[in-house]
Structures are given as C-alpha cells and as structure tokens.
Design a protein around this ligand. Structure first.
Ligand code: SF4
Length: 417
C-alpha cells in the first residue's frame, strides 16, 4: 500500500505541484504547527490552520447549509485577504482553507491566491465552475488543491444540493482538474442518504480516476433548516471511523480527518486552538458553524495586528475553555445551551445576515458528535499515527478532562442522535 501510494504520488501528479505540496504544506506546515506548540507553552493561541470563507454566495442550495447563500453577495476584497494572509505569515502560517459559499463564484478568486506563492491553499468547492481553463490556471499556480464535494448518486446529489444535474457538473470539474494533473481531493458530508459512498468500490473509483485524497465529514444539522433526520446514528459514526482507519492501511489514497488523534480519541480543532474560521464579512469565529463573532480581520473595524485579535479575544478564549471542559466532541451538537449562554455572556453579535443564529441555537436538540469514549479506534497505519502524535493531537487541551462529566456517553443511547 505504501509503495502504491508513493508510486501514485510520483507518477500521477505534476512534479512541480508535488514539490509545492511537500514544501509549502508539508515542511512549512510542520514548522507552523511547531510554532503553535511553542506559543501554547506561553499560554498564547494563534491557529496555524485558518479557514477563510471568501464569499457567501453559492449556486446550490444544500440541505442543512448554514451559510446565507441567497443573501446579497459579500466577496472578501483582495486587500483584506492579502493583509490577513501576510499577518498570519508573520506568525509562521502557510496553510489556508478557502471556503464559501462557493469560492469559485468569487469574481477575484485568483487575484486572492496568486500573490501568495509561499502558502498552500485548499479550496472547498462543488467543482461546477472549474473549467479546463481554470484548472490550467490552478496548475500554473501549483500551490492550490481543490477539495471537491460529491454528495452521492445523481438522485441523492440533486436532493441533497437542491438543484438538478449536480453530480455530472461536479464530475466535469473533477475531470478538468485531473486532466491537468492538479492535486485533487474529493469530500463527502456523510449522512443517512449517502452512506452507500462509504465503501471500498467508491475509493477504488476515486483512485482509478486519479483523485489523491478524500475526506468523509459527518453531517452536522445546523442553520435555519438543519434537517436533523439526515444525521448519522452513533453506531453509523463508529462504522465510518472504522472504515477510515481500515482503508488508510489498505488503499493507496490519502484519507483526511480532523476529529481524532492517533489513538482514536476525539477532539475538536476549535477547542484545541489549531483552527478557527473567518467569515466573508471578516468576522473571526471559533469555527464555521459557530456564527458569532466579536473580532474582525478588517482594519477599518479593528486596527490591531491579527496576532493581537486572536491573543486578546476573551470570546475565543472562553469558547475554547468551555468546549474542552465540556466534551472531547462538538460542544455545538452536545451542549448548544452552554454555547448560547457563552454568546450571551460576551454579547457576541450574530454574524449571519438572517440574524437568527441565536434562536437557532436555542431551538437545537442535544445530539451526539465524534466523542465516543467506549469506541476509540487507534490508527492502524503507522504513518498517520506518527504524524498525528507530533502534529495533530489535542496538544494537552483536555488535560484533566473528566470523562464522567461529559455529555456524550449519556447521549450514545439517545435514539434521536
Ligand atoms: S465546535 Fe464542533 S463543528 Fe466546530 S470545530 Fe469543534 S467539533 Fe467541529
């Protein structure tokens, strides 16, 4: 498996792009996490992995989407994006997740990315706007990987994404990237209607196509129409985790996840501080589904350096503290009531256009998340295990965490979850 993956990396991708990945994302990414760890020792948090929503608009209308995609378009101005990247680079960052809405609807997306040749960007997209010409441009840039979402068969995709013909347009986008040897990933938000994608045949198909990595998110019921009936049961979440661990040791494709350390213990990247989110209006949020913000990256609203905005944010700091003292899973799903109290305490403004995020939080039912202490599945593939031990774990965030106080174990029997 290791040899087959190495062969794929060496012979199925453009060497220049592979070098950019290894250097900008691999070596420099590791250095940025090491700097993050050093800062933590002094009690300072600045996330090495920032996720930036550069636009709210989208051509699709997915079930359970929490972004105000139908509201007036807000496209992050290049000067705001550039300054944010430069100030994050001052802190040693090189990786940025570019999210939306649909990032390729940003009229100046390439203008955002092009100047930052020393960084690495992962663009979360439905692939519909990736033409051959755009894929060629991505290849020329070399430091951008599209992560293209596939949500199931043709029928399921149309149903999940609120339009017709979604899958074939997505596949065209993937094809354009692969024909141009762009380092390409495919992700799926796994829910009740697309569980059939979690199988070996699907991975084999991705490998045959030339896809280099994949990511199975677990569907989260958020936003004004959370569609909670789509949620996986705890047993299905466990099966998914088992599948990922098995396939990492078997298939020559990289499989990403963000919610487990090498020993299979759950974690929340926002609680550990390794990652936070910036919305299209510039608001800094703990993560994309916590749509409340007290700080902004925009200098016209707050003139401080990005470092100080993160370092001095009482809202972010209290969020991390609350999240890690409550559960190793997702506080939004498990204890929305506590999150609502925190938002009230800090009078954190609702960062949505619809202005109903607080009411949505108040109406949420408690659900299970990735935290399942009786079902921890350690990595079988030693490379993942090793890499996570050094560069993706809880970084001591849950030291002294009392499992018996956590909400998740009690929830595992909750049939609604
Ligand atoms: S709060 Fe929940 S959704 Fe946000 S990063 Fe943590 S686990 Fe993920």
């Amino acid at each position: 498996m290791y040899l087959r993956l190495l062969r794929r990396l060496l012979f199925e991708t453009d060497k220049r792009l592979l070098w950019k990945l290894a250097w900008n994302m691999g070596v420099k990414g590791v250095v940025s996490v090491e700097r993050f760890k050093r800062r933590l020792k002094h009690g300072e948090v600045f996330p090495p992995f920032l996720y930036v929503s550069v636009i709210n608009s989208c051509n699709l209308r997915c079930q359970g989407c929490w972004v105000d995609v139908a509201a007036k378009m807000e496209a992050m101005p290049p000067e705001v994006f550039h300054r944010m990247v430069r100030e994050a680079q001052d802190m040693g960052n090189t990786f940025f997740g570019v999210v939306g809405g649909e990032p390729f609807m940003h009229p100046r997306l390439f203008e955002l990315l092009e100047p930052h040749t020393g960084c690495y960007f992962q663009v979360f997209t439905n692939g519909h706007f990736i033409t051959d010409a755009k894929a060629k441009r991505l290849r020329r840039l070399g430091n951008v990987t599209p992560l293209i979402s596939v949500e199931g068969s043709e029928i399921v995709s149309d149903q999940r994404r609120g339009k017709s013909g979604v899958l074939s347009r997505t596949m065209q986008g993937i094809r354009a990237c692969l024909d141009n040897k762009v380092f390409t990933g495919v992700c799926t938000s796994v829910c009740q209607t697309n569980l059939d994608l979690v199988n070996e045949q699907w991975l084999d198909r991705l490998i045959d196509m030339g896809v280099m990595y994949t990511w199975f998110h677990v569907y989260r019921p958020m936003g004004p129409d959370g569609s909670p009936d789509l949620c996986l049961t705890p047993a299905q979440q466990l099966e998914l985790r088992q599948f990922v661990v098995e396939m990492r040791a078997k298939k020559p494709i990289i499989i990403i996840d963000a919610y487990y350390d090498g020993e299979g213990q759950a974690l929340c990247p926002a609680a550990t501080g390794i990652s936070h989110h910036i919305n299209p209006w510039g608001g800094i949020e703990p993560c994309p589904i916590v749509q409340f913000s007290r700080e902004s990256i925009r200098r016209d609203q707050d003139n401080r350096h990005l470092r100080d905005k993160f370092r001095q944010s009482a809202f972010l700091s209290d969020f991390r503290e609350l999240a890690r003292s409550t559960t190793r899973g997702c506080i939004v799903l498990e204890r929305p009531d506590l999150l609502r109290d925190l938002v009230d305490k800090h009078q954190a403004p609702d960062a949505t256009v619809r202005g109903t995020a607080r009411q949505e939080l108040a109406a949420m039912h408690t659900r299970t998340s990735q935290f399942n202490p009786s079902g921890e599945i350690p990595e079988k593939n030693f490379l993942y295990r090793l890499a996570k031990r050094f560069w993706f774990n809880d970084f001591g965030a849950y030291e002294g965490f009392d499992h018996s106080r956590a909400s998740a174990p009690a929830l595992l029997n909750d049939r609604r979850a």
